[in-house]
Ligand binder design. Sequence first.
Ligand code: MRU
Length: 364
Amino acid sequence: MSTQAYDAIKPFLWQDDCLQLLDQRLLPDEFTYIRLNDVQAIAQAITDMVVRGAPAIGITAAYGIVVAARQRFNDDPINWKENIEADLQILAQSRPTAVNLFWAIDLLREVIKSIDVADPIATLLSLAKKIHQDDIDANVKMGELGASLIEEPCAVLTHCNAGALATGGYGTALGVIRSAFKHKKISHVYADETRPWLQGARLSAWEMVHDDIPVSVLVEGAAAHLIKTSQLKQDKAEQDKTEQAIRWIIVGSDRIAANGDVANKIGTYALAILARYHGIKFMVVAPTTTIDMNITCGDEIPIEERSTEEVLTCSGKTVAARGAQARNPAFDVTPAELVDAIVTEKGVVLKPNLDKMQRLMTNA
Ligand code: MRU
């Protein structure tokens, strides 16, 4: 595959035997990589949102385990396999909702148990690199599958950042948007700003601008109005090419339950209700590493509740009335019945339910 604009957007680098994370908290103003040499610091970087997005968190954990294994092996080549369990626990506590984190930890734990080679660290590093590359390949595949669902040129709305920054590269929801734009099926992208971390305004908009895809940032509250008025204009045939109706909402996911319920960034559930009310389609794009068949329905998905400071402040400045309390659930769950399509690298599940998800995962 030839080099594309998104190839320049890399949330992590493995360079000089060291993990480097692009500090996403500073984007789009500053493009700074942080070198991390111990697992505690890597786990803290996940908690603190240096790196975020479900697949990116899983890949970071895989590289983090390589860093931990190297340390443990050097310290005690006989007992390193038992000793590394403490590091896996530290990583597992970094964030609760994205299942890709636990998928990566479980996979590497099993490999560590059975590994029996002279240089186990090289083997683990190859596996981390493979997890990374497999994620990019899955995203490119999902991009084409998702784009094929969009029948006519239209505008789309996305929420949070499910782009190259949130994954190994290319993106899930933004991967579909990239592919569909290339096929001239998308004329414009509306990116919800996504308070409190502004992943839409800072990260998705930055990725789209980077790729020359027309993008408008919205405050979340504007979505309903814009969906309705873009349709009214379409009905009155008042539209020109630059203002096509919003026909799809396209998002990523942090964890999908066995029945097709979808956890994603807080605000996604409201968008799904909005889509159904206005007769537009709702697409979830996620690799099978985001599907958790051990969770029967969305109510069982652990929802991260982050610090209230994130809501009460903006760019470090208090914006809410002093003395006010806040709530800061970072994710919500969209019931499967509101989802038109789940796009994975193994195929598309239309109108998901338990039976269809089981068939997908059995073939996976
Ligand atoms: O809190 P974040 O920024 O980690 O939340 C990220 C999201 O909710 C993304 O939409 C999701 O992880 C999918 S990323 C491909």
